[in-house]
Write a protein that binds this ligand. Structure first.
Ligand code: CP3
Length: 358
C-alpha cells in the first residue's frame, strides 16, 4: 500500500527515538466502557458482534480521538480474535473472555490450525482498519495490535483469565514440547495477522504479552522471549520499516530480556520507575534497528480516580521522570478501567499535550 503523510506523526517520531516538541499521548483500552458513547453502541450488540461490525468498530475506535484528543487511534478489537480461526471456541457471554473447551492436551494442540488465509477469516478486522483510515484520513496514526504467544496461550489453556496460571504452567513443565508447538503455531498466526494489518494501513503495531511476567526469568527466556523475537523479526523481514511496541505488565523482573526482543518501544507499567528504566535502557540499542529503544507508559490507571489536581501533578511527575531526550510516548501502565470519569482522562491527556520539552 502507499503510505500517506500523517498530519500528526508525533508517535511515529517518538517510536524512532527522534526528538519531538512534546511527547505524544494515548491510552491503552482507550476505546471502551468508561466512555458513555461506547456504552451507547455496546448496548445494541454483544462485544463479539461489535468486534465483527467494521462500521461500529471503526466508530468506537475513533471516539477517543474525537472526545479526548489523543495522538493515536488504536483499532477496536481484542487480542483473542485471531484464535477463533485457529479452532478455539471464544465467547464473551459472561463479560469476560472464555474458551468453553480449554486447550490442555498435546492432541488438542496438534489439531489447532495455523489459518491459511487470515486476511479473509479475519476480514472484518482489516475492514475496520480501512474504515478508520477512510474516516480520519491522515489526521493521526492508527495502531494495530496482537497478543503475544505466551499470553494468548494462557487464555487458551486456562479457558479465560487466571490467577495462578496453574494449567499453563502444568503443561509447560510436563509437556514442554507440546507447549512449544502451541507457541510456534500462535507465532506463525500472529506474524501473518499483523503483516496483513500493515498491508491494510496500520501505521504502527503493539504486541501485548501482558501476563508473561508471571514467568521466572529462565522460563521467560525459554517460553516468552523467543516467540516475541520470532514475531518481531518475522514482521520486520517483510516490513523493514514496521514500528513495534512490546507491552508486559510487571516489567521489572524481565526488562533484561525485553530489550532482546527487537522491539522499537518498550511499554512499561507503573511499578517501575521511569527514570531508572530510561537510565537502564540508555546503554542499549534495539537489536532490530540499532536505534535507541523508546519507552511508553507508565501512569497507574488508578491515579485517574484522584482529583484533577492530583492527576495533573502525577502526570507532570511522570513526564519529569521520562526526561527530555524524547523517544517517549505518554500512556497508562495498563488499560483504562471502566469506572473512570472521561473528564479525568482528559486532564491526563491535556497535561501531556500542554507540556513542552523546552
Ligand atoms: O486499547 C484499545 O482501546 C483497543 C481495544 C482492546 C481491547 N482489548 C478491547 C476490549 C485491546 C488492545 C485489548 C487487549 C486485550 N484484551 C488484552 C491485552 C492488554 C491488557 O489489557 O492486558 C487482554 C489480556 C485482553 C483480553 C480481554 N478482553 C479481557 C481480559 C477482557 C475482559 C476484561 C475487561 O477489561 O473487560 C476483554 C474484553 C474487552 N476487550 C473489552 C474491551 C473494550 C470490554 C468488553 C465490553 O465491552 O464488555
Amino acid at each position: 500500500m502507499t503510505k500517506t503523510i500523517l498530519e500528526n506523526d508525533l508517535i511515529i517520531k517518538a517510536a524512532k527515538s527522534e526528538k519531538t516538541a512534546r511527547p505524544p499521548v494515548w491510552m491503552m483500552r482507550q476505546a471502551g466502557r468508561y466512555l458513555p458513547q461506547y456504552q451507547a453502541i455496546r448496548s445494541q450488540m454483544s462485544f463479539l458482534e461489535l468486534c465483527k461490525n467494521p462500521d461500529k468498530a471503526a466508530e468506537v475506535s475513533i471516539q477517543p480521538f474525537e472526545i479526548l484528543g489523543v495522538d493515536a487511534i488504536i483499532m477496536f478489537s481484542d487480542i483473542l480474535i485471531p484464535l477463533e480461526p485457529m479452532g478455539a471456541d471464544l465467547s464473551f457471554d459472561t463479560g469476560k473472555p472464555e474458551f468453553r473447551t480449554p486447550i490442555r492436551t498435546a492432541a488438542q494442540i496438534e489439531k489447532l490450525l495455523v489459518p491459511s488465509d487470515i486476511e479473509s477469516s479475519c476480514g472484518f478486522v482489516y475492514e475496520t482498519l480501512r474504515t478508520i483510515k477512510q474516516r480520519i484520513g491522515s489526521a493521526v496514526p492508527v495502531l494495530g495490535f496482537a497478543g503475544a504467544p505466551w499470553t494468548l496461550a494462557s487464555y487458551l489453556i486456562e479457558g479465560g483469565g487466571s490467577k495462578n496460571f496453574d494449567n499453563i504452567k502444568a503443561l509447560m513443565y510436563r509437556e514442554p514440547e507440546a507447549m512449544h508447538l502451541l507457541l510456534e503455531k500462535l507465532s506463525e498466526t500472529i506474524i501473518e495477522y499483523l503483516c496483513v494489518k500493515l498491508k491494510h494501513g496500520a501505521d504502527m503495531l503493539q504486541l501485548f504479552d501482558t501476563w508473561a511476567s508471571v514467568l521466572s526469568a529462565d522460563d521467560y527466556r525459554q517460553f516468552a522471549l523467543p516467540y516475541q523475537q520470532k514475531i518481531i523479526s518475522g514482521i520486520k523481514a517483510r516490513y523493514p520499516d514496521a514500528l513495534i511496541t512490546l507491552y508486559v505488565n510487571g516489567v521489572s523482573s524481565v526488562i533484561d530480556y525485553m530489550v532482546e526482543s527487537g522491539a522499537d518501544v518498550l511499554s512499561i507499567d507503573w511499578r517501575s520507575n521511569l527514570r531508572e528504566i530510561r537510565e537502564y535502557l540508555g546503554s542499549y540499542k534495539s537489536s532490530s534497528t540499532s536505534r535507541s529503544i523508546a519507552v511508553q507508559g507508565n501512569f497507574d490507571p488508578c491515579y485517574l480516580f484522584g482529583d484533577k489536581n492530583f492527576i495533573e501533578r502525577r502526570t507532570l511527575q511522570m513526564l519529569g521522570e521520562a526526561g527530555t531526550q524524547g523517544g517517549y510516548i505518554a500512556n497508562l501502565g495498563h488499560g483504562i478501567l471502566p469506572n473512570i470519569d472521561p473528564e479525568h482522562a482528559k486532564v491526563f491527556i491535556n497535561t501531556v499535550k500542554n507540556f513542552r520539552y523546552h
